[in-house]
Write a protein that binds this ligand. Structure first.
Ligand code: DGJ
Length: 356
């Protein structure tokens, strides 16, 4: 108990002294404000991270600084104007450099699916080795989340600009919370809450990643799962989801499958520690595979529905007991040992102390 109190106080003091999550010595403090390399709060919510040519790129929702409740909508529908998609780059997962708004909202055409009055959420990016294009998928919606579509954009560079192509209903089905997954065989999949959030669909994308194919499966029927985050380890697929309670937290679930398309079997809540039953007051968004290693980082958002731009990020290493993952809470941790492992694997001369 005393140790817990000490850690809590030390965390608070550190937080007061240095109000940022990523400290100079490479410490991540889940749930604390996280500043970029220009000392500005990182604005990349509902995000995903892509690793490309030695660099991690973090894409996320750019929230505007005014949160309001959508007028005339019966439920707790808080929103900001859609600010497009931000991108930050890093080599160490701690220090992130702002690369700009890589998908700009369309402020001119009031009928555009990416007009600021719309919703642009949960952007994810993958690279297509065959076309040489970076492909972004995202949740597109209107002010009351009634349109429920998936949007796609494309770029020649990881830092944009991305060109918005279209918003669609994949296979004529509605699509809200979503993620993307690129498998080892270069096939890619769109994973999205469908059937009015009741059932999670997994759809194979076309070889250019720009369209869904008609090959898709229905998963967790009538279980109302959202916020999907998928990763692969030792040939098994793991899918973290949340329940559907708007911006408010609920209990996470982690399911396992031998095939990306399912069937998935629930392993229960992977979170461990205080407030694990509320996902540490967060909601899943993505799992970062650390390149060249067997290690993974879970990304959650801790939403602040009354001031969405001030929502925080909770990043935690995933631990494994054989094939069973768990996500214990940590007040602070350093990804450097994970990255050092990467050096050991990739470095031809293991005594050289190069980073990447
Ligand atoms: C829960 C989703 O996971 C979020 O991305 C967002 O769409 C909110 N619902 C809106 O209430």
């Amino acid at each position: 108990m005393r140790l817990k109190l000490f850690i809590h106080c030390a965390t608070l003091l550190l937080g007061l002294a240095m109000p940022c999550q990523a400290l100079a010595d490479g410490i991540i403090m889940p749930g604390m404000e996280w500043l970029d390399t220009q000392s500005r709060p990182i604005n990349a919510h509902g995000g995903g991270v892509m690793y490309h040519d030695g660099v991690y790129y973090w894409y996320g929702e750019r929230k505007s600084d005014f949160t309001y409740r959508s007028p005339g909508v019966g439920w707790d529908c808080y929103r900001t104007e859609a600010g497009g998609v931000s991108c930050y780059s890093s080599r160490d997962l701690c220090n992130w450099t702002f690369e700009g708004i890589v998908l700009e909202p369309d402020t001119v055409d009031t009928h555009s699916d990416i007009h600021p009055t719309m919703v642009i959420e949960r952007p994810k990016v993958i690279y297509n080795d065959a076309t040489g294009k970076f492909v972004m998928w995202m949740h597109i919606d209107n002010h009351n989340y009634g349109k429920a579509m998936a949007g796609v954009a494309v770029s020649d560079s990881p830092t944009g600009k991305f060109r918005f192509l279209e918003a669609i209903h994949p296979n004529e089905q509605i699509s809200r919370d979503m993620t993307l997954f690129k498998d080892d065989d270069n096939k890619a999949y769109l994973i999205y809450s469908s059937e009015d959030n009741a059932t999670l669909h997994i759809a194979l994308l076309s070889s250019d990643y720009l369209k869904p194919t008609q090959v898709y499966t229905r998963n967790f029927p009538n279980q109302f799962r959202e916020a999907p985050a998928l990763f692969k380890r030792h040939g098994k697929y793991y899918l973290v989801t949340s329940g559907c309670t708007g911006w408010d937290p609920n209990e996470a679930d982690l399911a396992i499958a031998d095939n990306i398309m399912g069937p998935y079997t629930s392993l229960g809540n992977p979170c461990r520690g205080d407030d694990a039953d509320k996902t540490f007051y967060g909601q899943s968004t993505f799992v970062i595979p650390i390149a060249g290693t067997d290690q993974y980082v879970m990304m959650f958002d801790r939403w602040n529905k009354h001031d969405l731009i001030s929502s925080r990020y909770i990043w935690l290493p995933i631990e494994f007991d054989h094939d069973t993952p768990s996500i214990p809470w940590r007040n602070m941790w350093s990804p450097s040992s994970m990255l050092n492992a990467q050096c050991t694997i990739h470095n031809d001369n293991p005594t050289a102390k190069t980073t990447f």
